[in-house]
Design a protein around this ligand. Structure first.
Ligand SMILES: NC(=O)c1ccc[n+]([C@@H]2O[C@H](COP(=O)([O-])OP(=O)(O)OC[C@H]3O[C@@H](n4cnc5c(N)ncnc54)[C@H](OP(=O)(O)O)[C@@H]3O)[C@@H](O)[C@H]2O)c1
Length: 281
């Protein structure tokens, strides 16, 4: 919490040092990813928006052009369930000095049910979206991010990795990967002399996106508020940051609550969303 007193919310501008600064945001056609693009566009970044739906991405680009008329906005369609599609994203980014990579796309629309009943084929999809695709994209763009430094790799994580709840064990596993991967990569870049390639993991608790379905309130901010909090928290210079202040406050409260109680509360919320049980029963 104290970091908020010294954090510089303009720190993102550090990564806009070139004449033609580009950011690449995955899962940019909706939710937090779309809002992150809006915040970056307003701050003067050109943005490549990645997603799987051409029409939605195209509408997002139009919105960004109205918001930031001087900016350049391009879209790339690539299905993150298919790891080889990373090559298409890398091609779209060719020749652009990318200084910000935001790995935001996640396995957000997977089933909410016990592993025992999940179709085994679904597991590959989850791992592809939540782990393999992000890993391959980061590896592919890393040499470019080293060239364009100072640069930023910002991974959008989840409270589920810190307080693993039932019924979304697969999603939780992918987010656990992202958290430890981010921390390790950050240390690694520093150890091999690339301190200027900043790697951050931003932990999100709840956000009123379509995939979450929860109404907006102080603990469940709108995607726009969440995205602003994420970009502002880049100035924390922390490898792992709970970007939105209410979520961080909750994390402090959780320190005094036994983990089984947190899991039970989260479990009862998720039980009401189970995809293997008909809601009209
Ligand atoms: N919302 C929350 O409460 C919450 C809480 C904790 C963590 N998070 C994390 O925050 C991030 C964003 O979540 P969100 O709620 O904003 O998600 P969202 O509203 O479901 O949006 C996800 C974005 O990813 C895209 N996407 C999904 N599957 C894809 C695929 N196979 N290939 C390419 N693009 C794909 C979606 O495209 P379409 O528009 O075509 O669907 C959309 O642009 C995720 O990493 C999530 O785990 C969210």
């Amino acid at each position: 919490m104290l970091w908020r007193l010294v954090s510089n919310s303009n720190d993102i501008d550090r990564f806009r040092a070139t004449d033609d600064p580009w950011a690449l945001v995955t899962g940019a056609s909706d939710g937090i990813g779309k809002s992150l693009c809006k915040v970056l566009a307003k701050r003067g970044f050109n943005v490549i928006l990645h997603g799987r739906n051409q029409a939605k991405l195209s509408a997002c680009c139009d919105e960004l052009r109205n918001l930031a008329p001087g900016g350049k906005f391009e879209l790339i369609v690539a299905d993150a369930t298919e790891p080889t599609s990373v090559g298409d994203v890398v091609k779209a980014a060719a020749g652009k000095p990318i200084t910000v990579l935001i790995n935001n796309a996640g396995y957000t629309t997977g089933p909410v049910q016990p592993l025992l009943t999940i179709d085994p084929e679904e597991l590959g999809t989850a791992v592809n979206i939540g782990i393999t695709w992000t890993l391959q994209l980061t590896r592919a763009l890393l040499p470019r991010l080293v060239e364009t430094k100072p640069s930023l790799i910002l991974n959008v994580g989840s409270y589920a990795a810190s307080h693993p709840p039932p019924f979304i064990a697969v999603y939780t596993g992918t987010k656990g990967f992202l958290q430890v991967f981010s921390q390790s990569l950050r240390t690694e870049m520093r150890t091999i002399g690339h301190k200027d390639v900043e790697v951050q993991h931003h932990e999100v608790y709840f956000c009123a996106t379509k995939s979450n379905g929860a109404p907006e309130n102080i603990a469940t901010p709108s995607p726009d508020r969440m995205a602003q909090a994420i970009v502002d928290a880049v100035g924390s210079h922390k490898g792992h940051v709970i970007s939105y202040w209410v979520h961080e406050l909750l994390s402090w409260v959780f320190l005094f609550v036994p983990e089984w109680i947190i899991s039970r509360i989260a479990g009862s919320v998720l039980a009401s969303k189970r995809t293997d049980i008909s809601s009209d029963r």
